[in-house]
Design a protein around this ligand. Structure first.
Ligand code: PPS
Length: 285
């Protein structure tokens, strides 16, 4: 009897395009190489946005790559069956993406010089974004209401498990030289400086025109119209008609969705789970 999730190491995963064997192999056997760049996040934290930025930095603002190759091919997902197959065959420096929690991430990372960018986002916005995503796609268990999803999220009964555990695990890596911690909120507030910070971390130098192009072509409105990046080409076996990953693209959408009681219950759990972390690490209230 299935509950709509694929269970692996005690965590729920989407059931389409994921397999127990695939997850096991990705987590235990995948070899991360020194020249790899890895984008890691809890789902709905701005992963696609970050991939678009990295691809544009890589091509120095030229849009040919982002307009001709789908985003899941440019930076395949390590733990998804189709992504894993692509990565295994790939030579040279690779971009790869993962939502894996820290404790399941391939151990080869620890002995490599690969660069990891972890992007985080206000968990209340992550919750709202996830509610819409899992409701309008067929990858995983569908919530019947926002209230139900709210309960699931607090319990970690959502794809990839608890947001709190995810962030706590990856935070332990934040002082490593080859790890950059970013937030969706800082990208929104000051995209230019944040892109410059990414360039510096990657050791890439862009001239002002190239930087302008990265900024423009990774913006929400441009990405929303790029069918190679907005997931509109996914077949209807995976997503509802007219689905796009670029739903709203703002900070604070939770205020339009959560009740006062929900926000208070969330904050109470947040205080408990995040006790011990300096508040300044997280740019949300
Ligand atoms: S996934 O499927 O878990 O990898 O989703 P992820 O890409 O992490 O997050 C999706 C949310 O990111 C928003 N998004 C953007 N915001 C601002 N600018 C750009 N360019 C951009 N691209 C994607 C997307 O709209 C989702 O957030 P919500 O709140 O649902 O709109």
């Amino acid at each position: 009897m299935t509950d709509g999730y694929l269970w692996f190491e005690g965590l729920p995963f989407p059931s389409i395009d994921y397999s127990y064997e695939g997850l096991k192999e990705a987590c235990t056997k995948f070899v991360i190489k020194d020249e790899d760049t890895v984008m890691v996040s809890y789902p709905k934290s701005g992963t696609h946005w970050l991939i678009e930025i990295l691809c544009l930095i890589h091509s120095k603002g030229d849009t040919t790559w982002i307009r001709s190759v789908s985003i899941w091919d440019r930076a395949p997902w390590l733990e998804i069956d189709t992504g894993y197959e692509l990565l295994k065959e790939r030579e040279g420096p690779r971009f790869l993406t993962s939502h894996l929690p820290f404790h399941l991430f391939p151990k080869s990372f620890f002995t490599s010089k690969a660069k990891v960018i972890y992007i985080m986002r206000n968990p209340k916005d992550v919750l709202v974004s996830g509610y819409y995503y899992w409701t309008t796609t067929k990858f995983s268990k569908k919530p019947e209401s926002l209230d139900q999803y709210f309960q699931w999220f607090l319990q970690g009964y959502v794809p990839y498990g608890s947001w709190f555990e995810h962030i706590r695990g990856w935070m332990s890596m934040r002082d490593r030289e080859n790890v950059l911690l970013l937030s969706y909120e800082e990208l929104q507030k000051d995209p230019r400086s944040t892109i410059e910070k990414i360039c510096q971390f990657l050791g890439k130098k862009l001239n002002p025109e190239e930087l302008d192009s990265v900024l423009k072509n990774s913006s929400f409105h441009v990405m929303k119209e790029n069918k190679m990046s907005n997931l509109e080409t996914l077949p209807e076996t995976y997503v509802d008609k007219d689905f796009k990953i670029t739903r709203k693209g703002i900070c604070g959408d939770w205020k339009n969705h959560l009740t006062m009681a929900q926000a208070e219950a969330f904050d109470k759990l947040y205080q408990e789970k995040m006790a011990g972390f300096p508040k300044e690490l997280f740019p949300w209230d």
